[in-house]
Design a protein around this ligand. Structure first.
Ligand code: ZN
Length: 111
């Protein structure tokens, strides 16, 4: 009985960890989850509040803290021109999961 309970707990913990991983993967596929699919914003000042408003990719809590807000230049595959992006690094104040959200300020089309 006790042994079975322990096994079930262990399995439940494993399922939870798996679920958190799956959610993180899904979040990475969403707009803003990677450098090649940034969220378009009109101005840099919008990026931070927008990111802070997202829910945690792992536990679903609305408790994101902004750790850092940096400007980066990425060149996704060498063919496209380099892009200037903003990355807002979040940390969930409930479960501690970190997440990077990518933004592009304005829309600059290559001429
Ligand atoms: Zn969380």
């Amino acid at each position: 009985m006790t042994k079975r309970l322990r096994t079930e707990r262990r399995e439940a913990a494993r399922d939870l960890a798996k679920l958190a991983q799956t959610r993180a993967k899904l979040a990475a596929l969403e707009r803003g989850g990677a450098a090649d699919r940034p969220i378009e914003v009109a101005s840099a000042s919008i990026a931070e509040p927008h990111a802070a408003n997202l829910e945690c990719a792992a536990c679903g809590a609305h408790a994101q803290r902004v750790d850092e807000h940096v400007a980066v230049t990425v060149s996704p595959d060498g063919r496209e021109p380099a892009r200037r992006l903003r990355v807002v690094r979040l940390r969930c104040s409930r479960c501690g999961t970190r997440r990077d959200v990518f933004f592009r300020v304005g829309t600059v089309l290559p001429s």
